[in-house]
Structures are given as C-alpha cells and as structure tokens.
Design a protein around this ligand. Structure first.
Ligand SMILES: Cc1cc2nc3c(=O)[nH]c(=O)nc-3n(C[C@H](O)[C@H](O)[C@H](O)COP(=O)(O)OP(=O)(O)OC[C@H]3O[C@@H](n4cnc5c(N)ncnc54)[C@H](O)[C@@H]3O)c2cc1C
Length: 378
C-alpha cells in the first residue's frame, strides 16, 4: 500500500490534532467511580464533536471515515495521550457487530446510545470452562412464550458493572455440533436474574467481573444474526476486537519506547551495550508491528472487513509490550518492585496482554491455519 497520506487524510489528521490540543481533558482522576465518570464525560465530548465511531456510517451517527482515517484517529489519540472513552467495547466491537449483522430495527435502537455513552456494553463470551475453546460454552438459552430464558455463568466480563447491554453468546441447540448450536444475543444487564460480582486484577483495578445468570429473559428481537448463527456473529466481534487495536497499539509502543529510552538515560544505562541491544531490538520489532498494522489496514480496504491477519498484530503487540515493560523493570533495578510508578502499573497490566482478546497460543494457531494455510489442529 501507499503509505503517504492524501490531502484529505492530512486535513483529517490536522483537524483532529487541533481539536485534541484544544479539548484534551487532562489526566483521568484516580478511583473507579471518578475515573469512570471522567471517561463517560470524555466520550460525550468526543461524540458531540463528531469524533465517536469515526468509521461508522453517517446514517448511524458515525463520521463515515475511511479505514485510513480510522487508523489516523487511533494513532493520533495515542500521540496526544488522550484518555480512552468509556464505551470501548461498544465502540470497537458491539456497534460494528450490530451494523454488520443486525436488523434495521436493531441498528436504529442500539447504535446511537453506544456512541453517546448513554448505554455501556460488555462482552459475555468467556466462561469458567470455556475461554480459548469458546464454542464449548455451556450457558444455555431456551425459548419459552416468545422470549429466551438464559441460565449460566460468564467470567472476565470487562465493565459488566457499568454495562446496560451484554453481547452474550449462549447455546440454543444442545444436539447440534458445538459451533452450530450457538446464538448471539443482546442481554439487558438491568434485571435481577443477572448478578455481577467484581474481580480485581493484579493492578488492583476492578476492571472485570463474574456474571451469574439465573433465568434471565431476552426478547426474541434481541437475537443478532439469526438463531444458530452465533458463532459467525461472534467471529465478527472477535475480529473487530483484534484488528481494532493495531494502530493504537503501534502508536502506544512507539510512545512508550521513546519514554523507555529516556528512562535508560535517567538511570545512566543508555551507554550499556547490552541495554542498547535490547532497546534496538524493541525498536526493530516496533517497526515490524507498524508495518503489519498497515498490512491489516490493506486487508480492510480490500475486503471491507478485518481478516485473520489482525491476530498477528495482536500477538506482536502483546509480546512487545511485555518485553518493553520488563526492560523498564530491569532499568529501574531494585527500585522497580519497591517504588510504585506508571512503569510499575504498565508492567503489571501487560501480563494480561497475552491472554485478553485471545491468548497468544490461540492467535498462533489462527495464523498458522488461516493465514499460512498449514494443516488444521482439529
Ligand atoms: C484483562 C482481560 C479482560 C478480559 N475481558 C473479557 C471480556 O470482556 N469478555 C470475555 O468474554 N472475556 C474476557 N476475557 C477473557 C479472555 O478472552 C480469556 O481469558 C481467554 O480467551 C483465555 O481463556 P481462558 O482464560 O479460559 O484460558 P484457557 O482457554 O483455559 O487457556 C489456558 C492456557 O492454555 C492455552 N491453550 C488453550 N487452548 C489451546 C490450544 N488449542 N492450543 C494451544 N494452547 C492452548 C492458552 O493459550 C492458555 O495459555 C478477558 C481476559 C483478560 C485477561
């Protein structure tokens, strides 16, 4: 692909840069509730200025931006050190899935409140016994009097404690082969039959939760993509999850690497030959990530949808972010485990990178089978 920006793309970038300079909200406050309220407000500000759902069609309240402009948007947000909006799962995955597979009524009902952060979304895929092997999930939905009755358990449900809607995959046919017996629902979280219990991460943040679902009700019109098609719809969600991070991820690595070089200078190890090798290696890998992000973008431009290549950038990013933050701990030396800093937080948070959104081992299988065409595992 041609990596030079066109005049229109440059104008888009400059407009966004100017807007971010004038409207940057500063650092989010500490504390889950305060931090969350700040992110909701920030998303409202982005939305009011037309910067939420930039690549979504204009008819659904988006900006109708091209894939290249969406990539510019992600990279510029990182460059400006702008906070994440609140409804990340709705924006990155929920909205695009409804737009791809939903009925006209679903698009009219669900898409706008995602953009405005009036309704927060979470993703109810993983279960205690089904993470990587998602298709083996056991949460079941049974049709009764025109609605679905759902019972089961989900886990690691990010932002479920703030969410109004859950992208829920449940088994609707016990006898069908495991991938074929699934259906994708939009489940209202505001019902007594859905209990949300917080889990605390290694960072101390209560970011995700367990969901206990005991005969929750879902109206038939909240099925997305048809009964029995849940696997196909879930794949759309996952592809958006993995590919959506590529440009923000490469931008974050570039930004953090520049800060890591500064850290090495501050600690007087920037002339150390072994450290220089490590920093150079990180730089080389960050360039490879950047180029692969463009490769994924080419795929989206050609086919209109992210492809399995998005798994490559997700894998590269998690490896690289873990190496980068481990290097920061080595540079800081004995102070690293003793003195809390932003680097401590990044080091701890990076542990989840090779698990969230699909583990590295699973992504390698996808790349081997679906990108390289190697023999299938099963
Ligand atoms: C920060 C964070 C946020 C998350 N948010 C959400 C969310 O919002 N919604 C949601 O549904 N889920 C969420 N998850 C869950 C995440 O998707 C799962 O943890 C992940 O898919 C792995 O599943 P598991 O934990 O059950 O591990 P398992 O599937 O049990 O895997 C255990 C180990 O075995 C390896 N393994 C398993 N199968 C294979 C295989 N076939 N080949 C090779 N190796 C294999 C895995 O790579 C891993 O190392 C989140 C996870 C994290 C860490």
């Amino acid at each position: 692909m041609d990596l030079t920006l066109s005049d229109t793309e440059e104008a888009f970038r400059d407009e966004l840069r100017a807007w971010l300079e004038a409207n940057h909200p500063g650092e989010p406050p500490a504390g889950d509730e305060e931090g969350w309220a700040f992110r909701v407000e920030w998303q409202r500000q982005l939305h009011a200025a037309g910067w939420a759902g930039v690549s979504w069609p204009k008819e659904y309240g988006g900006r109708g931006a091209s894939p290249v402009e969406q990539a510019i948007f992600s990279a510029e947000m990182v460059r400006a050190d702008a906070p994440s909006p609140a409804n990340v799962l709705g924006l990155a995955m929920g909205g695009p899935t409804v737009i791809a597979h939903g009925t006209d009524e679903q698009k009219d009902r669900y898409v706008a409140p995602i953009l405005s952060a009036d309704e927060i979304w979470c993703q109810g895929f993983s279960e205690p016994e089904s993470g990587s092997d998602l298709a083996s999930l056991k949460t079941k939905a049974v049709k009764s009097n025109g609605e679905w009755v759902v019972t089961g358990q989900k886990v690691w449900t990010t932002f479920a404690h703030h969410a109004k809607w859950c992208m829920l995959v449940a088994r609707t046919d016990q006898d069908a082969p495991k991938h074929k017996g699934l259906t994708y629902f939009l489940m209202d979280m505001e019902q007594d039959a859905v209990q949300v219990r917080p889990l605390v991460q290694i960072t101390g943040e209560p970011e995700f939760n367990e969901l206990f679902i005991e005969e929750a009700r879902i109206p038939d019109e909240n099925v997305v993509g048809g009964v029995g098609n849940g696997w196909m719809v879930a794949i759309t969600t996952l592809m958006h999850e993995r590919s959506g991070i590529a440009f923000a991820a490469q931008g974050q690595i570039k930004r953090d690497l520049a800060q890591l070089v500064e850290l090495a200078r501050e600690h007087g190890v920037d002339e150390d030959p072994v450290m220089r090798q490590r920093l150079a290696q990180l730089y080389i890998e960050s360039e490879s990530l950047r180029i692969n992000a463009y490769r994924g973008l080419t795929q989206i431009i050609k086919h209109g949808q992210p492809g399995p290549e998005g798994s490559l950038t997700k894998w590269q990013w998690s490896d690289l972010n873990q190496s980068l933050t481990e290097t920061s701990a080595d540079i800081r030396g004995p102070e690293a485990p003793l003195k809390d800093s932003d680097w401590t937080y990044r080091f701890l948070r990076a542990r989840a990178n090779s698990i969230e959104g699909g583990t590295t081992e699973i992504l390698r299988n996808i790349i081997a089978e679906r990108v390289l065409g190697l023999p299938r595992l099963r």
